[in-house]
Write a protein that binds this ligand. Structure first.
Ligand code: BGP
Length: 487
């Protein structure tokens, strides 16, 4: 059976400022914590990344040539406000006007994220979103953007609140890099960012700005490792913190009793208490029906097992398969499941998860309005031969996930578009440059772009809206292959 996606569907590509722009200190851009953090680590840095700051006309032209009708990008807060607040850097403002104009010229719809892991350093150093000052500064920055960038039709407040909180305070792979296994800070950060999101949504709606607004959540389903009730409970706890907490805040404007029960259990076992300010819920309650869409980043799922030992996490940031491990006291242990494929970075490939997630949102949060898959894709060690990149496993991955998505649409979920992560190869926060995701291969030495086999496939998909193994466009790749290799 050939599955079809809706006629008005967006077939997009996703990017994020720090991961593609480079120019980290150019034209008045202020620093972010990443600059120093990566320098200290000494493995790789965000410079020049994919040099989008200069190459954006090339990338947007490629978008058009390959039939993409959407791009997701983020504004670097510190390009606009180098210190997070105060003085505006007009060169930075102009850069985004230029990018938006170029996209418009090429008929590409733009989805703009206000914050994609890159709080200005001045605010980050004072506690990032653990400090209410950052929430106020974020609201001011959002107001400035709404007033200035009237050409933007789709805004997202945050990218992936859960990974921000966990990578900064639980796993320790994001700056500051000095904090680990701190669940209390993790939960406070989640809550404060959800409050900031609500404030910005209310500002947008009360201000009567044109366009749509939403948030991008990373949602990775949790399944029990076995039928053992203990494992079932572990999956419930992991899910409560990583999915339910955020969706409750977004769409219920409070945390449900079930979510709070899970949080109480987790905090008790880890020896701390949590409490939230009642006034925060008034703000969240006001925003809950004002989200125009939900952006979902979904790559993988987890199978969870009961675990009460000490927290111990190892992040596989090298692509050495089997090196990742994740055990959190009082929540659970995430295990590899027999028979389920995984990438070199230990991300489980489980397309059914996409379907299950969509159906769950439809049932549990019926006020969601619209969904965009704002990220999905496969990190892969692409091989580059004579300017050719045969990334068949990536095509296979996307095909399977899109098929599951098409099934969910068939079953009544309102999904309006899909943004492949990533448009071109970009810098990966904790993995550097050998974990590639792009439709377009980037030679990071000379910044040349080369369409991968998947780009030709995606072009056929965008044209026909039919999910097929190959299209005439795929044959164009084969032809080029023949010409270049004589094989
Ligand atoms: C998401 C982020 C992106 C991107 C992607 C791939 O969490 O929003 O910024 O990096 O994941 O992740 P990684 O680069 O770690 O493989």
């Amino acid at each position: 059976m050939i599955r079809t996606l809706p006629e008005d569907f967006i077939f997009g590509g996703a990017t994020a400022a720090y991961q593609c722009e480079g120019a980290t200190a150019l034209d008045g851009k202020g620093p972010v914590a990443w600059d120093e953090f990566l320098e200290r680590q000494g493995r790789f840095k965000g410079e020049p990344a994919s040099d989008f700051y200069h190459q954006y006309p090339v990338d947007l032209e490629l978008c058009e040539q390959f039939g993409l009708n959407g791009i997701r990008l983020s504004i670097a807060w510190s390009r606009i406000f180098p210190n997070g607040t105060g003085e505006v850097n007009w060169k930075g403002v102009q850069f985004y006007h230029d990018v938006l104009a170029e996209a418009k010229k090429r008929g590409i719809q733009v989805f703009v994220t206000l914050h994609h892991f890159d709080t200005p350093k001045a605010l980050f150093d004072e506690g990032d979103f653990l400090n209410p000052k950052t929430i106020d500064a974020f609201v001011d920055y959002a107001r400035f953007c709404f007033e200035e960038f009237k050409e933007v039709e789709n805004w997202s407040t945050f990218n992936e609140i859960y990974p921000v909180a966990t990578n900064q305070y639980l796993i320790g792979t994001f700056p500051p890099g000095t904090i680990k296994y701190d669940l209390k800070k993790t939960i406070q950060c989640l809550h404060n960012m959800m409050l900031a999101h609500a404030k910005v949504v209310n500002l947008f709606k009360d201000g009567g700005y044109a366009g749509k607004i939403g948030v991008v959540h990373s949602l990775e389903n949790k399944y029990p490792a076995s039928d053992d009730p203990k494992d079932v409970h572990a999956a419930f706890l992991d899910d409560a913190l990583s999915i339910r907490f955020l969706l409750d805040a977004t769409y219920l404007g409070r945390y449900s009793d079930e979510t709070m029960r899970a949080l109480d259990e987790i905090s008790k076992e880890n020896g701390f208490e949590i409490s939230f300010d009642e006034a925060d819920f008034a703000e969240m309650e006001k925003a809950k029906d004002r989200n125009d869409y939900l952006g979902i980043n979904h790559y993988q799922v987890h199978f969870v097992k009961d675990y009460h030992g000490e927290t111990a996490i190892h992040h596989n940031g090298t692509g050495d398969k089997g090196t990742g491990s994740y055990k959190v006291k009082g929540i659970g242990e995430r295990i590899y499941k027999e028979g389920i494929e995984r990438t070199d970075w230990d991300w489980l490939i489980y397309p059914q998860g996409m379907y299950d997630l969509m159906m769950r949102i439809k049932t549990d949060y019926p006020n969601y309005k619209e969904i965009y898959i704002t990220e999905n894709g496969m990190g892969y060690k692409d091989t580059f031969e004579n300017g050719l990149i045969d990334d068949e496993p990536r095509i296979d991955y996307v095909k399977k996930y899109l098929s599951a998505l098409a099934d969910a649409i068939q079953d009544g979920v309102n999904v309006k578009g899909y943004f492949l992560w990533s448009l071109m190869d970009v810098f990966s926060w904790s993995n550097g440059y050998n974990k590639r995701y792009g439709l377009f291969y980037v030679d990071f030495d000379d910044q040349k772009r080369y369409p991968k086999k998947s780009a030709y496939w995606y072009k056929g998909l965008a044209r026909t809206k039919e999910i097929r193994d190959s299209y005439p466009e795929s044959e164009a790749y084969q032809k080029e292959y023949l010409e270049k290799t004589g094989r």
